[in-house]
Design a protein around this ligand. Sequence first.
Ligand code: UGA
Length: 441
Amino acid sequence: MKVTIYGSGYVGLVTGACLAEVGNHVLCVDIDPDKIERLKRGEIPIYEPGLDDLVAENAATGRLAFTLDPAEGVKHGLFQFIAVGTPPDEDGSADLSHVLAVARAIADNMSEYRIVVNKSTVPVGTADKVKAAITDTLAQRGSQVDFDVVSNPEFLKEGAAIDDFMKPDRIIVGTDNPRTAELMRALYAPFNRNHDRVMAMDIRSAELTKYAANAMLATKISFMNELANLAEKLGADIEHVRQGIGSDPRIGYHFIYPGCGYGGSCFPKDVKALERTARQVGFKAQLLAAVEDVNERQKERLFDKIRTHFNGDLKGRTIALWGLSFKPNTDDMREASSRTLMEALWDAGVHVRAHDPVAMEECTRLYGERPDLTLYEDHEEALAGADALAIVTEWNVFRSPDFDLIRKQLKTPTIFDGRNLYEPRHLEDMGFAYYAIGRGR
Ligand code: UGA
């Protein structure tokens, strides 16, 4: 089948490469000439394990191609996927200008039936706006062409996106046209083995499903973080509590890890956008507001613990920081807890010696060269002479470090662990002052 994908960012590229991998002919359209040039040369603009090979292999067969020209894109695919960004406005609602610009570009060039598929995470009601944008543009051209709009949200996790696409839990198809649902089912047939994963539903339910999934996951995390803070006050250990409740299959072990807050391009943005959508229809989404609020405060927990440990005397100190990305296996630092921590440390006059296995380039892009930040290629090097170590991201390489070396390198053996990687008793036996989340102190 022929597929066009607008937006060669994270979602667009993964979708394009995976659809090409199973035999479709995919054309990716982007407005950024630099990005398209680099993609044509086989350079991937983002870090995602396995994506570079998948793109290179499919580009070599000719099944995956790139262009700047939307007219070529509209001509190419029966399926026209919109996978452009929806950054948050100042008020938290999703900015749809890129999505609607693509819709108009499709309509400008459309001369036969097309299925326009919304893959970007967009508020409930966006499909109607896309439909209206296409209808209006066609009317301005005095042209009458049939089309359908489908909501087909993505559920890709950064770092595991290819696997998530290839072996999806569910494929949500929101459409009011049964014939379009069948065409979408045919497109997704290669990913739909063993049992039927396609769930066809009305468009608005599909749009809400995406937000509901992320909001539910974010809620689980904020709930656990709230309990972790309470456990500290009560002298309980949240790790025991986590295992105790996770064993109930109705609760489950997934996504109940307490920590220094969730980040990334999805949870913070989607929780805010859903709350905003609720407000627009006169509904006060109290739980969502609390989930967001708890998370904002949780991102400050490590700094609070550091400040308390040093009795507020932070100016001129040095902190070693392990982990900059919002989670392991990505270089993405959007809404990362490391940023909240670093910015607070800098404000307090602290020098940060940081290491991340892949996100250091991204860190330099965000913060530039600054006198109170030094980046180290080696996580052990970052320790030398620091007053304490703070851990923000649970990269595997941090899970079993050389504690003797840490103790020798730090001025005082003190660890602030935002991801509960170690056993407090072991660390204390080794002479560390060890601060975790919800585990005593
Ligand atoms: C998330 C969802 O998991 C995907 O299903 C969804 O498709 C995606 O958003 C999206 O909307 O595109 P992602 O943002 O890549 O994926 O990252 P997650 O693996 O979900 O982690 C999000 C954050 O939650 C991280 O900062 C992580 O450290 C934190 N987290 C996760 C916890 O603090 N505790 C947990 O138990 C799990």
